[in-house]
Design a protein around this ligand. Structure first.
Ligand code: ZN
Length: 241
C-alpha cells in the first residue's frame, strides 16, 4: 500500500511565500487537516475562480498540479482573477492511495448527502460564493489520453480549444462511455442526469456558471499530467479573461 507524504505536501503549502497567498485550515478529518488557499491581489476587478483537487485520493496529479501552480509566479493572472483553491479534499485517500475516504465513501458521488465530514467542509468553505469558473483535477487509470467534462451557462464551450492545446503535450482520449453527451472530441457534457452527487454538478448548480472536470491518464508521467492540468487551466483563463 502506498503511503503518500501528506505532511510534506502541507509543509510545501504553508511555506509558500507570496504575499498574495493566504492558507487556512478549514477542517480536520481523521487527524488530517484540510486547507483552502486564497490567491488574490488587492486592486482591480477580478473574476472568481475555484480550483479543486484530491477528492479521489489515488489521483495525486491533482494536488501536485495545485502545488506547481501556487509555486510559480502568477502575478500576471492576479490582475484579472482571484483564486480559491482546495488543494486536497481527501487527505486520508491521498496518504493511503485510495479513491474513497477512510469510511469507503466516494466523495465525488456523495455531494447530495450531509454528515460526510470532507463534503461538509467543502460546502461550508464555498457556501454563498459565486465563481465565474471552476476546474476540478482528476486522473483516470484506464484512459489513453486527456478528456474533460464541462457545463456552462455563460460564454461558450471552451473544452474544444483546450484539447487543441493539450494535443501539444499528448493525445486526447475521445472514447465515449455509453451515456456520455458529446461536445467535441474528448469533451463531454456534465450530464444533468447525474443530479448533484458529484462535485462538479453540485458546484455548477449552486456556485458557478462554468465548470470543468479535467481527467489525465495515470500512465503518463507525473510531470506530463501536471502539464496537462495547468495547460487546461491556463487556456481556460486565457479564454475567460
Ligand atoms: Zn477522480
Amino acid at each position: 500500500m502506498v503511503h503518500r507524504d501528506y505532511t510534506g505536501f502541507v509543509e510545501r503549502l504553508v511555506s509558500l511565500r507570496s504575499s498574495n497567498t493566504r492558507i487556512e485550515t478549514v477542517g480536520v478529518v481523521d487527524d488530517y487537516p484540510i486547507h483552502r488557499v486564497s490567491l488574490e491581489a488587492d486592486q482591480g476587478v477580478h473574476k472568481n475562480v475555484l480550483i479543486a483537487a484530491g477528492i479521489h485520493g489515488d489521483e495525486p496529479a491533482g494536488p501536485a498540479s495545485v502545488l506547481r501552480f501556487l509555486e510559480r509566479d502568477n502575478t500576471h493572472l492576479l490582475q484579472r482573477f482571484k483564486f480559491l483553491i482546495l488543494p486536497c479534499i481527501n487527505p486520508y485517500g491521498y496518504v493511503h492511495n485510495t479513491r474513497e475516504n477512510k469510511r469507503g465513501v466516494d466523495l465525488n458521488r456523495s455531494f447530495e448527502e450531509t454528515g460526510i465530514a470532507e463534503i461538509d467542509i467543502v460546502k461550508g468553505t464555498i457556501d454563498g460564493q459565486r465563481f465565474d469558473f471552476c476546474i476540478d483535477f482528476h486522473e483516470d487509470w484506464e484512459a489513453k489520453g486527456v478528456y474533460f467534462y464541462e457545463a456552462r451557462r455563460n460564454k461558450r464551450w471552451i473544452g474544444p480549444e483546450i484539447t487543441r492545446q493539450i494535443e501539444k503535450i499528448g493525445q486526447i482520449d475521445g472514447e465515449m462511455g455509453e451515456s456520455d453527451l458529446l461536445i467535441a472530441d474528448g469533451v463531454f457534457q456534465v450530464d444533468p442526469a447525474w443530479g448533484d452527487i458529484g462535485f462538479a454538478p453540485y458546484i455548477f448548480r449552486f456556485n458557478a456558471d462554468h465548470v470543468m472536470t479535467c481527467e489525465t491518464p495515470t500512465n503518463w508521467t507525473l510531470d506530463q499530467r501536471i502539464a496537462a492540468h495547468l495547460t487546461a487551466l491556463d487556456t481556460a483563463l486565457e479564454i475567460l479573461g
